[in-house]
Design a protein. Structure first.
Length: 385
């Protein structure tokens, strides 16, 4: 393997394991086609990726947080619009939204583009551009769709995703591995922002449909968004042995898979709803894949592709969405929920006025702590928990 592989995040793992993977012929034509309908998979454990390739703060998944106000800041498939246009579309399944006049068959059946069952691309990088007002915050929810295949009917393997954010992106197809120049030569390189590992447990590799997930990161603060509203995200499809892997030794590239593809663009989706939309987010036409060869590195220029296919929608990109939380109105201690600790703060601050000091129990921003603040906190009770 090339000496430069170590620059990419999994390269150390590749070198340690002497990894071999199954893949289709590198020169095989990428045949764009549709696949559906998706099957939702439930995550079992979520962890924050550290710069030294360890995982900390493992969380056993316990269900979606309730009563959280979400905002979609980067969008590549418009999920959760069933109440607007499509029946049964409010469960996280990738759904279109009136995209370029495709009509109900494309809008409501959950089908997505991909390159067929012989194509393997288990590492992809895309640029991401979004409203800079949310730059520097944290993505706290991921919605994604991907294809996964092992060795035929009845076979399977443990499934995991690794997602990373970077400040930079190379859209010239000249430099190679656009997201993370020099990262593992210098783990403090500011270009790498953070990463998360999501385990799904054992999953059958079924070529007849794709998989999708709606993944709450529980405030792990593992995916800081690029500060200026522009950067890139990396996607790894991984497998692992056993029930409790410790990164990096127990992870390797998946046997075969690829991100499902859909579109994103400025003002592509004019319909708004009460959860907010990623209408200001978009990505360019360039995507870097790891298919020639599959080695945990993006070689320039042969693994840099123009994703303008003149299909609906256009351009295509890996089917990933990132959400932020808008916070809990009754959160007084800064831990992103509203619970007994916040109530204690408010009661201890009862009667505070701005003439005395800053009022830590002030929920409504009028400077004091009184009945209106208590009403807000009680109405917000349980947010984020």
């Amino acid at each position: 393997m090339s000496d430069r592989i170590h620059i990419s995040t999994l390269a150390l793992l590749v070198a340690v394991l002497g990894l071999c993977v199954s893949l289709g012929p590198a020169d095989e034509e990428r045949t764009l086609q549709k696949l559906g309908v998706g099957e939702q998979v439930m995550r079992t454990k979520i962890g924050r990726l550290e710069p030294d390739l360890t995982v900390s703060q493992w969380i056993d998944y316990g269900g979606q947080r309730q009563d959280v106000e979400w905002l979609l800041v980067f969008d590549c498939f418009e999920p959760d619009v069933g109440d607007l246009l499509c029946p049964n579309g409010d469960d996280g399944e990738p759904i279109g939204l009136g995209t370029c006049g495709a009509g109900e068959p494309d809008d409501c059946d959950g089908m997505r583009w991909y390159f067929g069952t012989t194509y393997c691309n288990v590492y992809a990088t895309n640029d991401m551009q979004f409203d800079a007002a949310y730059g520097g915050g944290y993505a706290e929810r991921i919605e994604a769709a991907w294809w996964w295949y092992v060795n035929g009917s009845g076979s399977g393997e443990n499934m995991a995703l690794l997602v990373e954010f970077y400040e930079d992106f190379d859209n010239t197809c000249a430099e190679g591995d656009p997201g993370n120049p020099g990262f593992h030569d210098n783990p403090n390189d500011p270009g790498w922002l953070g990463g998360v590992v999501i385990n799904f447990g054992y999953t059958d590799g079924n070529p007849g449909h794709y998989y999708y997930g709606d993944i709450d990161l529980y405030g792990l603060d593992c995916l800081p968004l690029p500060a200026d509203g522009a950067g890139s995200y990396n996607i790894w499809l991984l497998t692992y042995e056993g029930d409790d892997p410790v990164f990096p030794d127990d992870y390797s590239l998946a046997t075969c898979g690829q991100p499902m593809l859909w579109g994103t663009g400025d003002a592509e989706y004019p319909v708004q709803d009460d959860v907010g939309r990623g209408e200001m987010s978009h990505q360019g036409v360039i995507q870097w894949d790891d298919d020639d060869p599959v080695d945990g590195w993006h070689e320039a220029p042969q693994e840099c592709y123009d994703y303008s296919y003149r299909v609906c929608p256009d351009p295509l990109g890996a089917t990933f969405c990132f959400w932020v939380t808008l916070g809990c109105a009754g959160d007084l201690d800064g831990d992103r929920d509203t619970d007994e600790d916040d109530l204690t703060i408010l009661l201890n601050d009862w009667g505070c006025t701005p003439r005395c000091r800053d009022c830590v129990g002030d929920c409504d921003g009028d400077g004091d702590t009184d009945h209106s603040d208590l009403g807000i906190l009680l109405a917000d009770w349980g947010c984020g928990t």
